[in-house]
Design a protein around this ligand. Sequence first.
Ligand SMILES: [Fe+2]
Ligand SMILES: [Fe+2]
Length: 200
Amino acid sequence: MLDYYSKGNPKDTLDLIVRMAYVAEIKEWDCRAHIERIRKYAYIIGNGAQIDRQTNEIISLATQLHDIGKSMMSDQLLREGGKYDDSERPLIERHTTDGAKILDGSASAIIQIGASIALTHHERWNGSGYPNHLKGEEIPLGGRICAIADVFDALATVRSYKQTISKEEALQLVLDSSGVLFDPTLVRAFKEQFTEIKKI
Ligand SMILES: [Fe+2]
Ligand SMILES: [Fe+2]
């Protein structure tokens, strides 16, 4: 199935990609399951939005690399988990540009898309995101898909520093942000596929 590489064993390469992604997650909250869920959500969203199968596979695999730039963030900042003051904000935001720097220039399609997702997964549909305040379809498709998957997972999962809400409540918050924070077409696909999403 995976002929994205001209050389080497694709399975080895994929395994390495997932382990690279895991480096960033270990530091933050040691949850390999988070990146696994992001990949599955992304695949379901892309499928629902009728993205062609190969592109959808590449994007969903690449979403696992979204926070790889966090491997360069200080442990102290990572542990603060969401409660940052204004002076810390630029240090948090640079996990996007750091991630792109780590992944840029690869010959692998997955890692190329991974670089774009790392850079753009905090951009928001209305231009309120970071680092480049991109708007609408200026945000690459992978970044737009990953944004929904990542926010939904953050809302619906228990982390040490916050309460969790139900998947239905998390869905409602995503729906409320359609056309504001997220691509409305992708939010529609997310809603239509919610039975599948809930199984994850
Ligand atoms: Fe991030
Ligand atoms: Fe994440």
